[in-house]
Design a protein around this ligand. Structure first.
Ligand code: KIV
Ligand code: ZN
Length: 500
């Protein structure tokens, strides 16, 4: 079972803060991702948290929605109220059990902790049948006391017992031994699900969670992109893909719709403002990009030589070969073909020599560089279709609409206005209507080429027409105009090739 705590522990990340609507948006995406439990927040902690748990509980169906509570009645009552409308409500009660926390934070003896733990579970069970109990700082708790608490809360009715590595102190073998110790010594352990919740202070959150699964844990608490308190929590995408990819070893599976992983990661990153590092496993920009020539050659011949997962399985479109100075002939040839060009052997050899020359000066070689290398950019692209003017109307409550006026090769002017999913979509559709050439947009990139508010925006598009992929580029301070011109630039190249 995948228990997602992006909206609770994840939101505890320094630097991240989400408003209610953003939390609801993420909860909807987590439901699409098909996690088993969404921990929506800590209702007593603030009115905003209460309201977001309430809204999520009211809206999300078919997924358990959990609210966190300390082992005090006020917290549990609050969580219960926030979860009133939930389809599958869960109250998640936590209380620290380790000596350090007992002595310095709670100033309570073992028997008081035991009493409070049982009392709070009994209180929560009056409201919901699904109660989870967390023994906070479990990995630093004496095993015999942990066994005592876990057994007592299961007797009191807890359906899930969570064994957190709250401070990320555990190491895999030791953490797995705690889980095995509980399985072996807690008499009623079969009446509850064992859950784990690992923090990443030593970079071991995922490794510890996986070791716990091997030892018999059935629920993993984790967050999208591994965000969370301090160094974060175990990353959901890494756990899920490790279980999927190494099913042979773990013999466990999840219900997660893995193709939603990238979309979920992007949404969480955009809304929290916490950027994902490029080399982050599974969801990082480089996770399926190959730079070395030897690797590129291998991947082109057989993907599995250097890829253990399919990019499509996590929601990426495809493997990315980063062309640069380490790339070999095979990678360049493949990309030239994908772009729709065919070169003779001698043309290709010349292009490859030029490519190596440029790659020495430039870190990454983009499609437009390749086109320049093989001469298509140098080939004068006559403006067969010329953009005379354009208008756009869009806004929060408007249907995006674009109008374009193009000059045709025979000098006639043609006007078309149409709507689309967004202003750019409408714009490109209006151009298609005017030129009679329909392009399928494969890639759209925009970047500032100068700085300041009046920066020049460079737009680069890749479109596919009748099986050929062709790039277009344009620069303007008006990014809508740059978009139209880049698209038209690609269409004009197609038109030239058609005439030739
Ligand atoms: O890290 C932790 O122990 C927690 C508990 C509240 C489960 O986040
Ligand atoms: Zn935590």
């Amino acid at each position: 079972m995948i228990f997602d705590t992006t909206l609770r522990d994840g939101e505890q990340s320094p630097g991240a803060s989400l408003d209610i609507n953003e939390k609801v948006q993420i909860a909807r995406q987590l439901a699409l991702l098909n996690v088993d439990v969404i921990e929506a927040g800590f209702p007593v902690s603030s009115p905003g948290d209460f309201e977001s748990v309430r809204r999520i509980a009211q809206e999300i169906r078919g997924v358990s929605v959990a609210g966190l509570a300390r082992a005090v009645e006020k917290d549990i009552d609050n969580a219960a109220r926030a979860l009133e409308k939930a389809d599958k409500p869960r109250i998640h009660v936590f209380l620290a059990t380790s000596e350090i926390h007992r002595k310095y934070k709670l100033q309570k003896a073992k028997d008081e902790i035991l009493h409070l733990a049982v009392k709070s579970v009994k209180h929560a069970i009056q409201y919901v049948s699904d109660v989870e109990f967390s023994t906070e700082d479990a990995s630093r708790t004496e095993l015999d006391f942990l066994i005592q608490v876990v057994e007592a809360v299961i007797d009191a009715g807890a359906k899930t017992v969570n064994i957190p590595d709250t401070v990320g102190y555990a190491v895999p073998d030791q953490y797995a031994a705690i889980i095995s110790g509980l399985k072996k010594n807690v008499k009623n352990i079969n009446k509850a699900i064992i859950s784990v919740h690992c923090h990443n202070d030593l970079g071991l959150a995922v490794a510890n969670s996986l070791a716990a699964i091997k030892a018999g844990a059935q629920q993993i608490e984790c967050t999208i992109n591994g965000i969370g308190e301090r160094a974060g929590n175990a990353a959901l995408e890494e756990i899920v893909m490790a279980l999927k990819t190494r099913q042979d070893f773990y013999q466990r599976s999840t219900r997660v719709a893995t193709r939603e992983l990238i979309a979920t990661s992007k949404l969480v990153s955009t809304l929290t403002g916490l950027r994902v590092q490029r080399n982050k496993a599974i969801v990082g920009e480089n996770a399926f990009a190959h730079q070395s020539g030897v690797h590129q050659d291998g991947v082109i011949k057989e993907r599995t030589t250097y890829e253990i997962m399919k990019p499509e399985d996590v929601g990426y479109l495809k493997t990315r070969l980063v062309l640069g100075k380490l790339s070999g002939r095979n990678a360049l040839k493949t990309r030239i073909k994908e772009l729709g060009y065919e070169l003779s052997e001698s043309e290709f050899e010349r292009a490859f020599e030029e490519f190596k020359h440029i790659a020495d000066k430039k870190k990454e070689i983009f499609d437009e560089d390749i086109e320049a290398i093989i001469g298509i950019e140098k080939m004068e692209v006559p403006a067969i279709f010329h953009l005379e003017s354009l208008t756009i109307s869009c806004g929060p409550n408007a249907v995006p609409t674009a109008g374009v006026r193009l000059k045709l090769p025979d000098g006639r002017l043609v006007d078309n206005t149409t709507t689309g999913d967004g202003p750019i979509d409408a714009l490109f559709k209006a151009i298609d209507l005017s030129t009679g050439i329909t392009g399928t947009l494969q890639d759209y990139n925009i970047r500032a080429v100068t700085s300041g508010k009046d920066a020049m925006g460079e737009v680069h598009v890749n479109i596919e027409v009748e099986g050929k992929t062709i790039g277009g580029r344009a620069v303007s301070t008006d990014i809508i105009e740059a978009s139209a011109k880049a698209y038209l630039n690609a269409i004009n190249k197609i038109a030239v090739l058609k005439i030739m």
